[in-house]
Design a protein around this ligand. Structure first.
Ligand SMILES: Nc1ncnc2c1ncn2[C@@H]1O[C@H](COP(=O)(O)OP(=O)(O)OP(=O)(O)O)[C@@H](O)[C@H]1O
Length: 79
């Protein structure tokens, strides 16, 4: 993952804007789509017994702040 993505995610988690959940809490992935930021999978969230959609932010070394801002805006629309 590019540094700018890592830095933004770590700050958003430490500031309490995003909840962090360990990846191994999710099981049985099924690919359900592809968007501008990467693939989307259906997963079972084991502890909560919920079915959820996880969007995977693709690794892109050409990523820039405009792209990151677009992703952040989309995350906040979903909250
Ligand atoms: N919560 C969800 N439930 C079911 N399918 C979903 C869900 N979220 C995304 N998808 C599927 O994944 C595809 C891609 O979704 P995503 O939101 O990443 O892309 P987008 O909105 O089309 O584009 P962008 O990432 O540029 O905003 C959707 O077209 C849909 O088929």
């Amino acid at each position: 993952m590019a540094n700018v993505q890592e830095e933004w995610l770590e700050k958003a988690i430490s500031d309490g804007h995003i909840d962090y959940v360990e990846y191994n809490n999710f099981a049985n992935p099924i690919n359900i789509g592809v968007g501008g930021f990467g693939k989307v999978f259906k997963y079972e969230w084991k502890d909560c017994e919920l079915t959820v959609a996880l969007k995977c932010l693709k690794v892109d070394t050409n990523i820039n702040e405009k792209i990151i801002k677009g992703f952040i805006d989309e995350v906040f629309i979903c909250l």
